[in-house]
Design a protein. Sequence first.
Lengths: 448, 744
Amino acid sequence: HYAMKVKVLSRNPDDYVRETKLDIQRVPRNYDPSLHPFEVTREYTRALNATKLERVFAKPFLASLDGHRDGVNCMAKHPKSLSTILSGSCDGELKLWNLTKRECVRTLQAHEGFVRGVVVRFCGSSFFTIGDDKNIKQWKMETPGYGEEEEPINTILGKSVFTSIDHHHKDAVFVTSGQQVDIWDEQRTSPIRSFSWGVDSINCVRFNPVETELLASCASDRSIVLYDMREAAPLKKVIMTMRSNTLCWNPMEAYHFTCCNEDYNLYTYDMRYLDKPYTVHMDHVSAVLDVDYSPTGQEFVSASFDKSIRIFPKDGGHSREVYHTKRMQHVICIKWSSDNKYILSGSDEMNIRLWKANAAEKLGMLAPREKAAVNYNQKLKEKFQHHPQIRRIARHRHLPKAVYSQVKEIRIMKEARSRKERNVRKHAKPGSMPVVTEKEKHVVTVVK
Amino acid sequence: MIVFWVVQGGSDDERKHCRLLEAISSLGGKTRLAMSESELYFHGSLPTGEGDKINLSDLIGTLDKAPTALTATKKQLKNLEHNHTALDTPLTRKETEQIQRVVAFEKTSKEVSRWQSVVVQNQKAEQLVFPLNQEPSGPKRMEHVVSGWKAQTPLEQEIFNLLHVNQQPLHNPVLTQNEEATMKAMSLEEAKIRRAELQKVRALQSYYEAKARREKKIKSKTYHRVQKKVMRKEYLKRFDEMVKTDPAAALEELKKMELSRMKERMSLKHQNSGKWARSKAIMAKYDDGARKAMQQQLEVNKDLTMKLVIPTNEEDEDEVAEALPDFVNDAEPILDPINPWMRGKLSTEPAAQEESNCLVPPAAGPGDVKAGDGPDLLREEEEQVEETEEEAILRGFEERRKLRRAKDAVEVAPVVMEESEGKSSDDDDEVVEISEFTSLYRGLVKDHVEPPVEPPRAGADPCVSQGEGPALLEEGLVRVRTLEDMELLGQDVSACEPAPQTTQTLSTEQTEPQSATKQADGKRKRKKMIDPNEVLTKEAKVIKVPFAPTAVEDVEDTDEQRFIIKEAFAGDDVISDFLKDKKKQESAGMPKVVDLTLPGWGEWGGGGLQPSRSKRKRFRIKVAPPPPRKDQKLLNVILSEKRNSSVAAHQVSQVMFPFTNPAQFERTIRAPVGHTWNTGNAVQKITAPKIVTQLGAIIEPISREELVKGENQAVTGKSNLRSDQGPQQKRRSQQKKKHKHKKN
């Protein structure tokens, strides 16, 4: 009962014959692990190479838009067009830029003195500017035709200087700040509602892009105040140790906002729990002047007086990226483009700079295979991110000497302070000096 | 207050009046205010301050004069008078505002908290696709619209049938075939332009041809010579330029030149056999110029016919052997399961075969035949390595062995395990199966992770930051632009890394090759014979090889092949090599005697004088022998207790945040992600990016619709951010509108 088994080599032509010549050739593969040994080492090498290449290709600076005759004080994104951006300078001039052509398409003398703020209406058909001349002006987005004069559609003469402006994301309502927070209907020349709490002037006010009736402002009495447009009174106020310059709401998380502070840090708050910030973001070495969230809500970018731009993950305490160039001076305003690809920074020395949000990213369309390779490399970098060589290379950044030495100095100062605190605590009565966390340190009080 | 409440009906006018007065007072100064107050007094019905309250009886007193119709109200008021519960004074403005704020804040925070589920969901999501509510923007293509539509009514069906008959395209209804053909045809203008171009090209061509012909007709030799010279000069110039600008093209050109040279060599030109050469040869006797020309010609010939030196094969091989990095030697799957040399892995099977083969002395290498010592061939051969007769034959093998050893160091089965691996000989089989580096690697990782290696150092050292906290960047003054810079960075790391502990520097140091050979000599005297049975204590285990040939080969054939291999690698014995290696390591591990005698110290010194014996005895220090080696009883295993410092620089020393224990970390590292190890779909799934954005699409802030969806999902437990808008959302928007109306 023993039958000899003869194995014959035969293949089904379906397995290897293409139906048409346009089909992709079938590549038979054998995934037997014994045929592909050293997977860890090979992937490690690939990851190392990918990391190195990433750093080699990290060239974030794309272009510089020059044309302003004074420092760029404010910028605004167009809500419907990616290539359009507006910028106002300290001499009252406002410029519209075409980013694809990298040129200025329109210039208008909007105000006397600073242009304090500019905001585009949610539909993109017009924009509002405020200036040191106490005016609110509404302008058409289109360039006036031949022979027409460059004139605002509306002008509202205010009682005091306005410091910032923001537009509601759905309704014909905008908000200004100055001595108080005023909410305006576009059709009226007087505010429909005014909020004031205390006498100090308010630097910045922003609408919540998600819960569109909510507002937040920062004032020069070091406070951040929340408002609801539907209510008669403000909601809550938190006073910090130093003044916050601007703030920005997370466009994907209704209750999170980040404010940039004079004490070199940024603070992300959950608006429901103002007694301590959700995250403290530190790395800057001078006052932080502006902040803007990426439209995906995963990261934000900050502009600082220390002549650098930093990108922070929304819940990370430290920055993942720092951008600087030799010629860039104090960065006053910053915007993250609404396709999540670019960053725009306006600075003191009259230039607007265009940066890539991901320094090593290849721009433009990617072939599917390219995309797959990018994804694979990304995954590898992520997988081996804790290995010392890879981490070292991935994290290394060049800093200008001034900033570098400042960083060092600040570190030393911090260490000294903590050491002193430790020593004092050692000699104090046990329990009399409770440990205050970094998050709690910066909040003075919450006012109801 | 009570007053107003009671007499509400009649006091409308009064209130209006008050308001007017207030307005006036706000306009004017003090006098106005005073006047308005006096007026109030005049009316007499208002309280002047908090001190004097109005009594109910005062009010009722006026009613007394009224007719009896008001008796009911009178009664009620009297009842009221009996109740002495007066309302509290109103709160101050500050307090009321605070209460308002608290209430409003609670309300809004509750409203905002509805987003919690969505936010958490997005944080946990494997992948987020932006823009969130994505619909294909722009006008849809006609094909899509058409394909979604089906003929339903009989009329439509009839029309479709007609279309079918006439071969009208249905699914690609852009153009018919004829239309396409006409589209492909050129337009008139295009054709004209093209024709003009062609005409021009043709004319130029003819001019060029005419010129060439004219030049060719010129008989002057000097003209041609000059022309040629010019051409050559130009060519050289161009070539030089090309070398600078486009080396690849230059190389191509060089190849062309080479080819022409070769052709020249093959032809009979410049061989002094032409007419001109012959005539010159005759003239050379008398004419100096002719002689010179001849000589020149000869030189040219010499140049052209010189054979180029081609590097020999041997040198090439050597170079390869040196240049080969370890990783190039990745095991390649080779089909033959029998041949251990070809596989680069020493499985147990070939060893077993060797064992069986040893019983019958094979007619293997010539060296062995000459030795002719019967069953002890293996050992004898080793003893006679130095013998001159065999040297020639063995040198070749030696070379190969070197190559192979380089390979073995990485991957061969005699496992060089790290001590920390902690596996005994029981697990040998398993260890063989795992690729060697992984096991090594794992061991090292474990070794690293279990004890907290370094105490935290204080200081501004950049290395500190990696262990210290979550700092994302390591900022420095160095700009990294090229891969070379990157290497330097890597070196920095290794410098920062704590140096691998060298506790037994003396004992573990590699001995110089000389001393090693000496010791080996000494050993040889002691032990000459190793029985393979003793070495291979384990039963042979057949390893299944994935590409085992399905067709059965002839037995004779395999035998023959085996024989050939045996013959080829006769002097090449893996087992004895391994044992030698082990011996070497053992001897290297033994402590050496340290001689600290200083000649001439305390006595006469100089040439030919030895320090005294007692002194030598005194200053020779014998180090205590190290503890017995762990692989003492494991014959086919070398356990190296050294830490490979070159690997250490690449290893993780801490369990980083998302991981809680080393095993977890190792597991993630061990799972490969590439398409070499995973199927295409799996790779796509594994490497899917966390955030996907669309090129050129504006990402709007999350809208309230998502909230509704999120709430739905929380109920159903699904997570699909892109689900379509449901009826609920519509309802919600309606509610919103109502809300607005209320506000207004």
